[in-house]
Write a protein that binds this ligand. Structure first.
Ligand SMILES: CC(C)(COP(=O)(O)OP(=O)(O)OC[C@H]1O[C@@H](n2cnc3c(N)ncnc32)[C@H](O)[C@@H]1OP(=O)(O)O)[C@@H](O)C(=O)NCCC(=O)NCCS
Length: 213
């Protein structure tokens, strides 16, 4: 399938979603790949991971980029050579990127009941506004998880705890947006996040609050 969805946040910031229906051969075809990317994709254990990685390159092409424009830092965070910010996610048959002038983060997750079993591993203050008996409990947990993954990708530090350093403030599902804060020692950053439920998946993307856009 071609591009599934484009969300234009402002003139400098876009979210693009791909629904992966192509075969591995189709995804490899006519695609410039750096040697390091070719080695990486050939070393991936699952075809699903390979298709996710390659489909992200189809999203790059939509914005005029190729794999040659992307590099990864020592943490695994992707960067664009023109200085714009990028964040990447892939989950089963979907992949998505967000590209912007300022710091951005994105995550896509399949909504699953089993997220409730690990809720106490990534949630603490948020339990104050969550109600396990609510019908949208799983939907909310998935949004919170996605918002924290997106923030993690923006903060580029492996030492942040989802539970202790990240807080998602109360939000309403129908608003499709919320705010969140990351704190650690003297560091504090506020974020706004937006979410969209696409088929059985929850897409969350985050921007730094008050960033000059
Ligand atoms: C790295 C991590 C953020 C990736 O998230 P994920 O949900 O597994 O996978 P996604 O498909 O959403 O994202 C993968 C993309 O994240 C990007 N990424 C990897 N490391 C990154 C980092 N340190 N910073 C920013 N982005 C990163 C990459 O672009 C990667 O895709 P690519 O390698 O194909 O280009 C995740 O594995 C992780 O480490 N999370 C934090 C761990 C944690 O504290 N969990 C709490 C459990 S309670």
């Amino acid at each position: 399938m071609p591009l599934y969805k484009t969300i234009k946040i402002d003139p400098d910031t876009k979210v693009l979603v791909w629904k992966i229906t192509e075969s591995l051969d189709e995804l490899f075809r006519d695609k410039p790949l750096k040697d390091s990317s070719r080695v990486r994709v050939n070393g991936m254990k699952s075809e699903q991971h390979q298709r996710g990685f390659l489909s992200v390159r189809n999203l790059f092409a939509e914005l005029g980029y190729t794999d040659l424009d992307l590099y990864y830092d020592a943490f695994g965070k992707p960067h664009l050579s023109d200085g714009k910010n990028i964040s990447i996610t892939h989950s089963y048959e979907f992949s998505a990127i967000i590209v912007g002038k300022n710091n951005v983060g994105i995550d896509m997750e399949l909504r699953r009941e089993k997220i409730s079993k690990i809720a106490d591993k990534f949630i603490d203050p948020e339990f104050a506004f969550l109600d396990k008996s609510e019908p949208d409990y799983i939907r909310k947990l998935t949004v919170i998880w996605g918002a924290k993954e997106a923030k993690y990708k923006m903060c580029n530090s492996r030492s942040l705890s989802f539970k202790d350093n990240m807080t998602v403030h109360p939000f309403v599902m129908d608003d499709k947006k919320g705010t969140a804060t990351v704190t650690k020692d003297n560091f504090r950053k506020d974020f706004e996040f937006y979410f969209d439920e696409i088929e059985d998946f929850t897409l969350v993307y985050a921007l730094e609050q008050n960033a000059c856009r």
